[in-house]
Design a protein around this ligand. Structure first.
Ligand code: TYD
Length: 141
């Protein structure tokens, strides 16, 4: 699957729907997910309608983000272009390559977000200031 450098791509997962018995969805390393998964985290209990999460980019980390339940709005910015994606299908995720500024907002109360990441948590991989992000992009195009 070709993944545009530094631009987030949609990831469509295979799912097997067993009618009223539920739906099984699967992702595999280096298949639907364009890296090896080293960490998984999830976000739920989004009770604040005005919550804004993310607002950062990563220097090296690759991630894929999924909305397992409910919905939210994902803004992605690679320094050249900004796109907004409504996340509301549990089998459609977004690949977030390094050096992409991302913001999550407009969470439904039942929203459950799952993120798979290529590495362990390291605060020093984060860029949390937008001007720093733009400077980093100039230095590391
Ligand atoms: P952050 O990545 O800023 O969350 P979001 O992008 O959803 O707003 O992380 C929020 C806090 O959680 C921050 O203090 C770092 C901590 N954290 C960990 O300790 N381990 C992790 O794997 C992640 C993703 C965050």
């Amino acid at each position: 699957m070709p993944h545009e450098k530094n631009f987030p791509n949609l990831i469509k997962l295979k799912y097997i729907h067993d009618g009223v018995d539920g739906c099984l969805t699967v992702m595999e390393n280096h298949r639907e997910i364009p890296f090896s998964i080293k960490r998984v985290y999830y976000i739920n209990k989004l009770k604040n309608k005005h919550a804004v999460r993310g607002m950062h980019a990563h220097k090296k980390l690759k991630q894929a983000i999924f909305c397992l339940q409910g919905s939210f709005s994902l803004s992605i910015d690679n320094g050249l272009e900004e796109r907004r994606i409504k996340m509301h299908k549990s089998h459609v995720g977004v690949y977030l390559p390094p050096k992409v500024w991302h913001v999550m907002r407009r969470f439904s109360e039942d929203c459950v977000i799952m993120v798979v990441a290529s590495d362990f948590y390291r605060e020093r991989d984060y860029i949390r200031d937008y001007n720093e992000f733009k400077k980093y992009l100039k230095k590391h195009p």
